[in-house]
Ligand binder design. Sequence first.
Ligand SMILES: Cc1cc2nc3c(=O)[nH]c(=O)nc-3n(C[C@H](O)[C@H](O)[C@H](O)COP(=O)(O)OP(=O)(O)OC[C@H]3O[C@@H](n4cnc5c(N)ncnc54)[C@H](O)[C@@H]3O)c2cc1C
Ligand code: FES
Length: 271
Amino acid sequence: MTVAAPARFDLDAPVLDHRPVAPGIHELTVEAPGVAAAARPGQFCMLAPAAADARDPLLRRPLSIHRVADGGRVVFLYRVVGRGTALLAARRPGDLVRVLGPLGRGFTPGAGPAVLVGGGMGIAPLLFLAERLPAGHGHAVVLGARTAAELPGLDRFEAAGHRLLVATEDGSLGEKGLVTGILEGLLEEAAGGDGPALFACGPWPMLRAVREAAAAKRLPLQVSLETRMACGVGLCLGCAVPRPSGEGYHHVCREGPVFDAEAVSWEAPPP
Ligand SMILES: Cc1cc2nc3c(=O)[nH]c(=O)nc-3n(C[C@H](O)[C@H](O)[C@H](O)COP(=O)(O)OP(=O)(O)OC[C@H]3O[C@@H](n4cnc5c(N)ncnc54)[C@H](O)[C@@H]3O)c2cc1C
Ligand code: FES
């Protein structure tokens, strides 16, 4: 039996909309019908700020698929941190951006309740997952950031129809503190029943704390990992992260970015 290769597209995609949604954070919408149809929550694309014939910057940058929308639209939510994202931020509606994707393995939710946990830009892939989970099934979304301004698009999370809980470190929105504080309360509420499955994306210290909370309650957890990526398709081997107990390496672009939490080593953050 032959296994079909996953659908993947490499195209110059027209920018349909591109706007700042918070200080230093932009939402980019491109027209890429094939990518939109094939994408699954947790997958990502490699984006270059210019069309195929441009070489600046040479390497594309990985961005999670934030959501897909009617009309073959694919939406990305990203923070400008360096040269690649700054050049991307200069693209205007009508410009082309080079898009390779969808890439990697995404989240695999089961039939039971889910708790989505996102910190900082880790909220980006979780909206797509929240929108794909059926409302009214006991799912919850827990989001956190340093301050309220760093949590754009909460209305869309609300519209997904799940219980939404928010934490900010400065107390400007929701509970003052970290997402893990809210998560522990939620897991106490769930104690005794069939616990939820957890799905997390965010900074490494947050992921490690979520993993400890999940392990303490013996709950399944899938985490989306970030590494520096050069190719995004398994060729450069630059995105390696160690497996537990020195059992070799995963390549995040190909075997991830979403992993079962117990399949990765938690001793040190990815390089
Ligand atoms: C699978 C995946 C999905 C991602 N999804 C998103 C997303 O949806 N939204 C978003 O804002 N960002 C996302 N990132 C991070 C994003 O790819 C980087 O911020 C971006 O590549 C930086 O490129 P740059 O040229 O602007 O910065 P560079 O000049 O390359 O780097 C500037 C600074 O950013 C840091 N940096 C670079 N790459 C990463 C990275 N992968 N993770 C953490 N820090 C990094 C560098 O250490 C440096 O301090 C994702 C990364 C991965 C691997
Ligand atoms: S980024 Fe090149 S192998 Fe993963």
